[in-house]
Design a protein around this ligand. Structure first.
Ligand SMILES: [Zn+2]
Length: 358
């Protein structure tokens, strides 16, 4: 039912990849990248001619590359999540060195605040966070500990990724008292591909503040990214249409999929977590199972970092297929860009739906 690219776990071993297997998977990714490049170089003389033609036809592409002398000291951008890092690379290009603190396979609400992250932040020219309290449990302490006033909230080097995005599910009263970890609206906004444009613009403006000399370059790269994103989004919409996602009733584990559902027409009817961040009680799970059977739910959607055993049991008890779908760049070695992420998400959802058919 699931098609995660995992190494098979030995009996009694944890299902999640260990540090060693992750390193090995990273190695595979590097190897694959090399293979892809080698293959492209060895077999694509006509392709190269086409690419050269395209370059000559569109001299504007040359404007997306930083002049060599300016690239000597790359600007240091540190993001909280790998998705923001992927978008920062799109906007910043070669002249910007981007590091994400959290890895794509981690729950972004709960990340170990390692002391080494402070060292990374100390040297940063620009800091980008998802905001809306997504990282409230781990990022503020790191920022304070780094003693780098250039990237503190309000300083030119601080970017709240949500500042140019329309955030949904803003509660009428801040409800953190009951344990809700989305008190300022749903922070999982990068999962609507259209929001990539708003995130990119926030980063573009931040880069322009700390590196005004290259502001035109960042603006051109941002516009180019937005254009490619819009074209890809149209393709993803078509794929979602072909999969019959419009109006399909789904249950999701955490409230991570609200933007994704809105983008592709899914109808989220319930959640495994009774509230974001609150683990389900047996009573809640029983009510959920009954509701899923009654309401004709077609898909159970889970982030890779939650309790797979519970989700698998709910899937068995209801006959509703479970799709374990990455929510971030880097969740699997092959997901290296925002484009890879949505491609992979739709593939995995398609596989789960197909396997569910008799
Ligand atoms: Zn959340």
């Amino acid at each position: 039912m699931r098609s995660k690219q995992e190494l098979p776990a030995a009996p009694g071993m944890p299902v999640r990849p260990t540090r060693t297997t992750r390193a090995r998977r990273g190695g595979n990714a590097a190897h694959l990248r090399w293979m892809t490049r080698a293959r492209a170089a060895g077999s694509a003389a006509p392709g190269i001619a086409v690419a050269l033609g395209a370059l000559l036809a569109f001299p504007a592409i040359a404007a997306l590359t930083r002049p060599a002398q300016a690239a000597a000291k790359p600007l240091s951008v540190v993001t909280t999540t790998a998705d923001l890092a992927a978008i920062a690379r799109e906007v910043g290009g070669d002249g910007v060195a981007v590091v994400s603190l959290a890895a794509g396979y981690q729950d972004p609400h709960f990340v170990d605040a390692k002391p080494s992250y402070m060292v990374t932040l100390k040297r940063a020219d620009l800091f980008v966070e998802v905001g809306r309290d997504l990282e409230v449990g781990w990022a503020p302490g790191l920022l304070n500990g780094a003693r780098n006033p250039r990237i503190l909230p309000g300083a030119p080097g601080f970017v709240d990724g949500s500042s140019q995005v329309q955030v949904i599910e803003i509660p009428s009263a801040v409800s953190r008292a009951q344990g809700d970890i989305h008190p300022f609206g749903n922070p999982h906004y990068w999962l609507d591909p259209a929001n990539g444009a708003g995130i990119a613009r926030g980063i573009r403006d931040g880069l322009a503040r700390v590196d005004g000399a290259n502001a035109a370059l960042y603006a051109a790269r941002c516009a180019d990214f937005e254009k490619r994103l819009a074209a890809a989004t149209a393709r993803w919409q078509e794929r979602a249409q072909a999969l019959g996602l419009a109006g399909m009733k789904v249950v999701t584990y955490h409230r991570s999929w609200s933007y994704f559902a809105r983008a592709f027409g899914l109808h989220v009817v319930d959640f495994v977590e009774p509230k974001p961040g609150i683990p389900p009680s047996p009573n809640h799970v029983q009510d959920l199972v009954n509701g899923m059977k009654r309401d004709g739910v077609r898909l159970l959607l889970m982030e890779p970092y939650f309790d797979e055993k519970l989700a698998a049991k709910i899937s068995r008890d209801t006959g509703v297929p479970l799709a374990i779908v990455p929510t971030s760049v880097g969740a699997e070695p092959a997901i290296r860009s925002i484009f890879d992420l949505f491609d992979r998400q739709l593939v995995l959802i398609g596989q789960a739906l197909k396997e569910a058919r008799p």
